[in-house]
Design a protein around this ligand. Structure first.
Ligand SMILES: [Zn+2]
Ligand SMILES: [Zn+2]
Ligand SMILES: [Zn+2]
Length: 107
């Protein structure tokens, strides 16, 4: 399986970064603007020099969320309906991330 490259300020190999590193912060998100995975929007902001473009709703069936635990890629729809855990390995996701969905996905 090919290793998915994650940009930004990672602190471990489960996609935790300098900004978010609780036990549950194991999700990386692919940004629509640059087609690259980052652990969080702050990593994106501090790593690239362009503004975030949100995922339009009609693209929510594309793979854009990476579980840092099992490295499975989820579609945005799968992620948003996952009930804060990975459908593949069952790891708990940080449910506070839902407070940030408007930073990634057009709602
Ligand atoms: Zn970008
Ligand atoms: Zn970060
Ligand atoms: Zn998983």
């Amino acid at each position: 399986m090919k290793e998915t490259e994650i940009k930004g300020k990672l602190v471990d190999n489960e996609t935790r970064c300098v900004h978010y590193q609780t036990e549950k912060d194991i999700v990386a998100i692919k940004f629509y603007c640059c087609d690259s995975y980052f652990p969080c929007f702050k990593c994106h902001e501090e790593t690239v020099s362009h503004d975030i473009q949100l995922w339009p709703m009609n693209k929510w069936n594309e793979f854009a969320v990476l579980c840092g635990s099992c490295k499975t890629e989820l579609t945005i729809n799968q992620y948003l309906t996952s009930n804060s855990s990975c459908p593949s390995c069952g790891s708990a996701f940080n449910d506070k991330c839902s407070l940030h969905h408007h930073l990634y996905f057009q709602v």
